[in-house]
Design a protein around this ligand. Structure first.
Ligand code: CA
Length: 423
């Protein structure tokens, strides 16, 4: 295991207990302030560490990286350096922030490169060229299939043989904190004989995670599954907002057009594969055995606990879902091998979302569609109100973290408040 993952490491920056950002995490993001242009950063405790300033002070000089890379409004150029260099930067950050190491001690410069997270604006971490959404939770696919096709035909015949996915819309991916406007569109209400137009009435979240591509391929190239993880830079939280009534009318059950393309919310931090390594675990047993190009060796999933909280405009919030990334049937290497098996090329910054991550129990379902079972089982909120779907003024917050053997790292949050539809 990498030195940066050692649970005994401590930082000279104070890190609160149960922080998402101890020294063992060191995710990458982009921030700005009223006085500072956008630049790359990492997170430590309740602070961001400014990589541009650290670079200007020579902390990365021996790594052969142009200082310009750290003075960018997105991580793409940095990620494109390749894992040898980006991992070296993360290792150096671990040394800079370690309370035991003298050689790279930067504590005297703390005032120059540390900013409280609540005083900075986090930006969309990557410029997303292409966004793909998979549909890789067996529980989610079964739940949705049961609702729309009945229990007998819940899973389509292809589902256990390939990771189903569709090409999503990259332009409407927004960073946590960005309000989400309720979409309008065509719907066919139950019992109606012709469609109506108006604000979506069945607005939903989808609890997902996304991985960010770290290395490009050329057109015609397929990624061998054994090498697939080399192409993954890291992961973030991903809320694939869904307009169920618009979706249901335009296509069943994926609805990959206007029912989805109005917004997706991501967390501002990309947690690297290096940081996630201690939390590697087996995914579900795959039966039938997939075709050879989809066969992985060893544990291909990660134990990442996930939560969705609904915060009403006023009053107390409620955690409505507790799930885990490890429930996903198809792992990231399989998704990527499948995505490129036809020769489709991928590019740095592309985002591949998992699909809704539902678990085996009703409280682990990753969407309101499933939690309220199409509205048949409303969720009661602390203020006495009920939710079948998301109402105007609600803020939906995704959280994710890993916790094992005294080591805890987290993803921060992906939060979005729903605004009323435009008049
Ligand atoms: Ca989705």
């Amino acid at each position: 295991m990498n030195r940066t993952n050692d649970p005994n490491l401590r930082s000279w920056v104070e890190v609160p207990e149960n922080s998402d950002f101890p020294i063992q995490n060191l995710p990458f993001g982009v921030f700005k302030t009223p006085g500072l242009t956008p630049r790359l950063c990492t997170a430590i405790g309740e602070y961001v560490a400014d990589l541009q300033v650290l670079s200007e002070h020579g902390f990365f000089d021996d790594l052969g990286i142009s200082p310009k890379v750290f003075a960018q409004p997105c991580l793409n150029d940095f990620i494109a350096l390749g894992k040898a260099k980006t991992s070296a930067v993360r290792s150096r950050l671990s040394e800079i922030l370690d309370d035991d190491l003298e050689e790279w001690d930067a504590s005297e410069l703390a005032d120059y490169f540390l900013h409280r997270q609540d005083k900075v604006q986090m930006l969309l971490p990557v410029k997303v060229g292409d966004y793909t959404d998979f549909y890789s939770s067996r529980e989610h696919a079964t739940n949705v299939g049961t609702m729309f096709r009945g229990r007998e035909n819940a899973l389509m015949p292809n589902w256990l043989h390939l990771p189903v996915g569709y090409h999503g819309r990259a332009s409407s991916i927004v960073v946590s904190g960005t309000p989400v406007r309720r979409p309008k569109g065509q719907q066919m209400p139950d019992g109606a004989d012709k469609p109506v137009f108006g604000p979506c009435r069945l607005l939903d979240f989808e609890l997902e995670m996304a991985f960010v591509i770290g290395k490009e391929t050329s057109l015609g190239q397929s990624i061998d599954i054994a090498q697939a993880e080399d192409y993954i830079f890291g992961l973030c939280l991903f809320n694939d907002w869904s307009a169920r009534d618009i979706q249901k009318w335009e296509y069943v059950p994926l609805g990959p057009f206007l029912g989805k393309s109005f917004a997706s919310t991501v967390s501002p931090w990309i947690v690297t594969m290096d940081a996630l390594e201690p939390f590697r675990t087996e995914g579900p047993k795959q039966e039938p055995t997939p075709l050879p190009y989809l066969q992985t060796k060893g544990p291909g999933s990660f134990d990442i606990q996930l939560e969705v909280e609904i915060l009403p405009e006023e009053g107390e919030g409620k955690v409505v879902c507790r799930s885990n990334f490890k429930y996903l049937y198809w792992n990231m290497a399989q998704q990527l091998a499948h995505h490129t098996v036809n020769g489709c090329n991928i590019r740095v910054g592309d985002m591949m979302a998992s699909g809704t991550i539902s678990g085996p129990t009703p409280d682990s379902y990753g969407s309101m569609l499933e939690l309220s079972w199409r509205g048949a089982k409303p969720i009661s909120m602390p203020d006495g109100s009920e939710r079948k779907f998301i109402i105007d003024g609600d803020t939906v917050v995704l959280h994710g973290w890993c916790d094992k053997d005294g080591l805890r790292i987290g993803f921060g949050k992906a939060s979005g408040k729903v605004l009323p539809a435009k008049p």
